[in-house]
Design a protein around this ligand. Structure first.
Ligand code: GLA
Length: 741
């Protein structure tokens, strides 16, 4: 059934047989359309959405080749059939959509397979396609064997963000070992001027924006840790050239929706073509497919912005709010929460929590979250994980009295859990030492005195779902902070045959997602935060199942400026949890004012984590006023369009961000001074994104000062005349609101 030029034909597959549910495209603005089409004479597929066109075609060898990815083209624009250039055993010059490793491929493959007879040659060719609305499904098959790959492309009408994925099906009569499986390959035209942006990090120093020229060779962004990891975010952005700024120039960007080990490679080949391949991390990877079995890749989302990096963030944020988050297309704004972790660490008591709750409620907190330390024998991090019942010495009558107290104060109640983990010193581990990820007979490495339960095991999933379900059924809990404080080590799964064990990397994550999904189905009102030693599990996969993420354990408001700045390159501010905590900060002993701490945290979803018992009445009054202010502006901050006006990175002494409501009626501008020197005035800030002729009134938020300004002026005035804040000394901050009349 090998396909070549003469035998090319279109086979329409019954929709009912599709392995994917067709993507539901949410309601779109009137001026946004999306479309997918196939031109039978050129063999080119084309997807249009937002300001973007994506095209690929069946080349003269029957392979699927990229044709175009960029600004939206006119409907009749010529997109010619790609001519196969062949594999010259020197350079691969064919930019394929999903190349198998075979036929002399030298570039990064999307899929690599090993057959039981020793054959490892895989050459994929087009077989058939199906178009439904703005979704295209393509079936590829090896030139000889019944190994099939179904590619799925769905274009978003509003943002032009394309969702891609692949499913590999073994329809042979023998098992096949999949050794590498990507979600897709993105190809950029040849150029030596590209520059790459990506996010690197570590515990306490997440999402640091990096930039480097794309040169011959490969940049690898990855996690080998079993979870998303702090080290890199599964996200990339490629600027067309070094002249691209926040506001101008073309940028291609993409994000992988996967919370396990992942890899994205960005390679420039000797012809200066750039290929970006992303999916499961092939390191230590093997997925055995029995006859009839399939392996589905994660989703890879990609888009193009014509107006620099701020447009990248705005498109991503709109897309994530409308299509990714569990409450999409209209996620509710995040409530202001209080979390007890920094105040009490493990030393929680019923009375202590109630005391904190009284104070939290009095200043306007809407959700009270009890963190670690409430369960089993948990006095420190050496015991208790796995045994999820309230510590009877701390909560003699269970959680109900505390929860009732919190409800009585008008707040809802949230709880910290770390469901995938177990301490050696726990009843669960004593009973089921084989439930953890391990190799039989080998040492079991502990981290924070804990092991990782194997979520690929059905009995573990059942246990985890069981105790969470019970906790939520028996207690009126509105929110879970789901933590995971360590990575995999010794990634063995001795309960299955050796050739099945490496499935762990996929099946663990599917197990974790499955529990989250089922829990949400059983308790639809419960909201969940993804936490992993701070921001160690943030990606579009987990964001489909959780409502917010914990950005970093580093709550220092100055460090947070650059962590939050980096975060917003890839993810919507709606999910970016930011707390106000004590000063000096526990992480670095830096001292800052209450207002500075609040304004830093108010750039995301506001939380509080201070020891309220130690706060003076004056500081509590300031907090109350700023929480009230936040409630006025939060929908704009969380769901508006972000403009990073002045960067806090690279030793910047001053930074500023602005959020503009989607309807343009309101804007909020934040400004932060690191250190005043020689009485230089605070730099003037030039807001963006306002409606030129509309009159906006200016209002300084409580405790903020601006130099003398008119009370109101046109959008043009504010954007071009600017706003002069008055910031003094060290770590000063201010914020204003511009409100359309
Ligand atoms: C992790 C989280 C913290 C806190 C502790 C509790 O470090 O990131 O916010 O919940 O665990 O042990």
């Amino acid at each position: 059934m090998a396909m070549n030029r003469s035998s090319l034909r279109i086979v329409w597959i019954a929709l009912a047989m599709s392995p994917w549910p067709m993507t539901a495209v949410a309601a779109t603005p009137a001026n946004s359309t999306s479309d997918a089409s196939f031109n039978a004479s050129t063999h080119v597929f084309r997807l249009d959405g937002g300001d973007v066109t994506y095209a690929f075609g069946v080349n003269t060898d029957g392979a699927l080749e990229s044709v175009y990815w960029g600004a939206r083209l006119a409907p009749g624009d010529p997109l010619e059939r790609p001519k196969a250039k062949g594999r010259a055993f020197e350079i691969d010059d064919t930019p394929e959509e999903y190349p198998g490793w075979g036929g002399g491929l030298l570039a990064e493959p999307a899929v690599k397979a090993s057959f039981p007879d020793g054959n490892r040659d895989l050459v994929l060719q087009y077989v058939s396609h199906k178009i439904n609305g703005a979704t295209i499904q393509i079936v590829l098959r090896d030139i000889q064997r019944d190994l099939f790959v179904t590619l799925q492309y769905s274009m978003d009408a509003d943002t032009g963000i394309l969702a891609r994925s692949a499913e590999i099906a073994n329809k042979t009569n023998s098992p096949v070992l999949i050794e590498q499986a990507a979600a897709g390959e993105w190809n950029l035209p040849a150029s030596s001027h590209y520059s790459l942006r990506y996010l690197s990090g570590r515990w306490g120093g997440e999402t640091q924006l990096q930039s480097r020229a794309i040169e011959p060779g490969t940049t690898v962004l990855e996690s080998r840790r079993g979870t998303t990891g702090h080290e890199f975010a599964p996200w990339f952005a490629v600027a067309q050239d070094t002249a691209v700024t926040e506001w101008d120039g073309q940028v291609w960007f993409g994000a992988l929706a996967w919370s396990g080990s992942w890899r994205i490679t960005i390679a420039q080949d000797p012809l200066q073509q750039v290929r970006i391949v992303g999916g499961f991390n092939p390191f230590d990877f093997e997925y055995a497919l029995a006859p009839g079995q399939t392996l589905a890749s994660p989703m890879f989302y990609g888009g193009v912005a014509q107006h620099g990096f701020s447009e990248v963030s705005q498109l991503e944020s709109r897309f994530q709010l409308a299509h990714i988050l569990p409450q999409a297309p209209q996620p509710r704004v995040r409530p202001v929460l209080y979390n007890s972790w920094e105040a009490t660490t493990f030393h929680v008591t019923e009375q202590g929590q109630e005391q904190l709750a009284d104070k939290a409620a009095s200043i306007g907190v809407e959700r009270f979250v009890m963190d670690d330390g409430w369960f089993s024998t948990r006095k420190d991090d050496h015991s208790g994980l796995g045994d999820w019942y309230p510590d009877p010495t701390k909560f003699p009558n269970g959680l109900k009295p505390l929860i009732d107290h919190i409800h009585g104060l008008g707040m809802d109640f949230g709880l910290w859990v770390e469901p995938e983990m177990v301490n050696e010193n726990s009843d669960l581990y004593r009973k089921h030492p084989d439930w953890i990820i391990h190799f039989d007979g080998r040492p079991r490495t502990q981290a924070r005195s804990q092991f990782v339960l194997n979520m690929a095991l059905p009995e573990v999933r059942q246990y985890v779902l069981g105790f969470l379900d019970k906790l939520l059924a028996e207690n009126d809990i509105s929110f879970l902070k789901w933590d995971a404080n360590r990575n995999f080590a010794e990634p063995g799964w001795p309960q299955v045959a050796p050739d099945q064990q490496k499935k762990l990397y996929v099946d663990y994550v599917e197990g974790y997602y499955g529990v989250l999904r089922e829990l949400r189905a059983r308790h639809p009102k419960v909201e969940i935060e993804s936490c992993s030693g701070g921001g160690g599990r943030v990606d579009l996969g987990v964001m489909k199942l959780t409502d917010e993420v914990w950005t970093s354990d580093n709550t220092d408001p100055f460090d947070r400026l650059s962590i939050q700045d980096g975060f917003t390159y890839a993810y919507t501010p709606q999910v970016m949890m930011a707390w106000v905590t004590d000063s000096p900060n526990w992480y670095n002993r830096r001292s800052t004012s209450v207002t500075y701490r609040f304004l830093s945290a108010m750039q995301g979803s506001l939380g509080l984590g201070m020891d309220l018992n130690k706060w003076t009445p004056e500081d509590l009054e300031t907090s109350k006023a700023l929480i009230a202010e936040y409630k006025q502006i939060r929908s704009v901050v969380q769901q508006g369009m972000l403009y990073r006006l002045v960067s806090p990175r690279e030793g910047s002494n001053f930074s500023s961000t602005e959020s503009v409501a989607q309807d343009g009626n309101k804007a909020v501008v934040f400004a932060f001074l690191h250190s005043e020197q020689m009485q230089y005035p605070t730099p003037t800030v030039f807001p963006r994104g306002l409606r030129a002729g509309t009159i906006y009134a200016i209002r300084a938020l409580a405790g903020s000062t601006v130099e003398s300004t008119p009370e109101s002026a046109s959008g043009d005035f504010w954007m071009h005349h600017g706003v002069a804040f008055r910031l003094e000394g060290d770590y000063d901050a201010a914020a204003i609101e511009l409100i359309a009349r």
